[in-house]
Design a protein around this ligand. Sequence first.
Ligand code: URA
Length: 442
Amino acid sequence: MRIVDLIEKKRDGGTHSRDELETLVGGYVRGDVPDYQMAAWLMAVCWRGMPPDEAAMLTRVMAASGEQLDLSVIGKPVADKHSTGGVGDKTSLVVMPLVAACGVPVGKMSGRSLGFTGGTVDKLESFPGIRLDLDAAAFVSQLRDIGLVITGQSADLAPADGKLYALRDVTATVPSLPLIASSIMSKKLAAGADVIVLDVKTGSGAFMRERDSARALAQAMIDIGEAAGRRVAAVVSDMSQPLGRAVGNALEIAEALDTLEGHGPPEFADFALELATMIVELASSGGAGRVEVEEALGSGAALQAFRRMIEAQGGDTAAFDDRSHLPSASLRRSIASDADGFVARLDALTVAHASSILGAGRERKGDPIDLAVGVVLQARVGDRVAGGQPLAVLHANDEARLDQAERVLRDAISLSPSAVEPRPVILERLLRSSADKPRFGT
Ligand code: URA
């Protein structure tokens, strides 16, 4: 089979067989297919799309390109959660302990994030000493022993994705729905969970800006997961404003702990409870999940589950009792409203930009992150504020960055003289695969 024929087939809108996809992907991982041919094929996929069955096949071929975890030793359905990433998104740190406390084992491998704030794994580094490079054996044994584990993405899982993503990044072939869906789901399938809940964000601070694209991605991933025999559900959630109040790594850990203690921001706590409910109900095929999840929160069981996980991974848990053990910034500045009004806009992307100026995120792989810095919002869209009232507090370690971040943050916020109705956090729920499956486009 000649690679040029496969490129030609996709260029002309054809559909590949499993053998053809294995030849392409396997050949690329082994180094037999050169970058220029793979780049041409990826661009053809961008233009031509893929039918759902072909995208599902591609995903399985990518998942099979490396180690695939067998979680059958756990003896019950294991859950995983994935977010497409957003500003202030510390949801996994609350949802996973809630789910574990309901008796559903939950394990997640999480990538380090590029972009404005750190990913889940970066945030967890706020606990000194924590190990986030567990190998497959340690991942499975912690899942069996305490039912909760979060670690960095293993390079051994779906190595085809790592290689393909690096090529897509430099060949303008990232924004293709089947390629994004297969990239995300190949890692999820290889990590072995039976139940997968996806949080696809939409809005200025999200990868998928438009709601329609977010819904299409969510649906594509559900279809792929179900074709591989997994139970999958998704939400499309709002990322036009940050999630919760805290944006920045250690600040988000503090907010996650507050939420697990029962005094987090109400809209964030409710979102986490809803996602946890979806997971528990999918795992048990039952419908009383919300009561169970609220009980796990109210009794402190979820907080204890999170503590056990941090301890099991060698992290210092002093911050559970005293937040001053978290990394903390030397400078704080409160940003006050200069007028009376209602918060009409609190732009997620601009808040993220302010946070990144302070040093909370990274632009290039391997860049250092300042865990202590970020933004804590004091208001949300729809809130009424008076002139002089604080809108946000900036946490910084550098005066010049603080000045610059303040200027940017002020641009993130607009007031309206009349009342504003905020958007709900969950915009849509997608609970099963689409009956009629259109071709996945770009
Ligand atoms: N995240 C991924 O893991 N893959 C993509 O292709 C895009 C976002």
